[in-house]
Design a protein around this ligand. Structure first.
Ligand code: APR
Length: 232
């Protein structure tokens, strides 16, 4: 089977109703990023950080995967092994049926023990809210999110996956946050690279830019990769 490796950012979830970070009206326009998404911010005011992620969890319960997420899964029935490497902390790729998903920046629906990073729990929809006082099995918990100023432990496994791509696709990211933005450097020379984004960042020559939304761009890419009209 041919291996399709897809690097996604907030843009792939935009059409599901989840706002991006840096577009007009984006999350970072409404929240001071270093207060709610950095290590120092968490140490300074954990209650504020818990509230921020509680709000995003509740919003996630009310949205669905869109055609872009679903078409990535559809490709698995057309002879492609699809590996998703996402900067997103939502679970829309999994809910669309993707099974090989690497989250570089953590997962919104998970929390981990503050005294043991290997103890991770999935929050149930009926018990989404956490506070600095929340205890699970006697442990205080924090969002299972990679805050700014923290290491990105999944980046190294992600570079190995990118290095095995037969086709590499970037969808809906401004390519400003590292190390995620550097994944492209680990793709073998000669491997076709596509970048789907309505307002694409500068990319090296040789990358095929599809200036479109994630759903429009994925419909175009589906035809390129399968020779068939898309099922959605
Ligand atoms: N379809 C596809 N792409 C879209 C759409 C859409 N409908 N709408 C917007 N975009 C694109 C924008 O043009 C932009 O390139 O999505 C990208 C969103 O960029 P950012 O908001 O910077 O999101 P992202 O690149 O994922 O941010 C990376 O920054 O704050 C951190 O941890 C956070 O994971 C996040 C990281």
């Amino acid at each position: 089977m041919k291996k399709l490796v897809v690097s996604t950012g907030a843009g792939i979830s935009a059409e599901s109703g989840i706002s991006t970070f840096r577009d007009a009206g984006g999350l970072w326009e409404n929240y001071p990023v270093m207060d709610v998404a950095s290590h120092d911010g968490y140490v300074r005011n954990p209650a504020l950080v818990h509230r921020f992620y509680n709000e995003r969890r509740k919003a996630l319960m009310n949205v669905e995967p869109n055609a872009a997420h679903l078409l990535l899964h559809d490709l698995e029935s057309e002879g492609w092994e699809v590996y998703v490497i996402t900067q997103n902390v939502d679970n829309l790729h999994e809910r669309a049926g993707s099974t090989h998903v690497t989250h570089l920046h953590g997962e919104l629906m998970k929390v981990r023990a503050t005294d043991n990073e290997h103890l991770v729990w999935e929050l149930r929809p009926e018990a989404l809210e956490t506070t600095p006082e929340t205890l699970i099995e006697g442990h205080h918990v924090r969002p299972h999110i990679v805050f700014f100023q923290e290491a990105v432990p999944m980046f190294e496994p992600a570079t190995e996956i990118a290095g095995e791509a037969d086709v590499f696709v970037i969808i809906g990211t401004s390519l400003v946050v590292y190390p995620a933005a550097a994944l492209l450097q680990y793709v073998r020379r000669g491997v076709p690279v596509y970048y789907i984004d309505p307002n694409p960042a500068a990319v090296p020559a040789g990358v095929t830019v599809i200036r479109a939304t994630a759903t429009e761009g994925m419909r175009e890419l589906y035809k390129i990769l399968t020779g068939k009209d898309t099922p959605r």
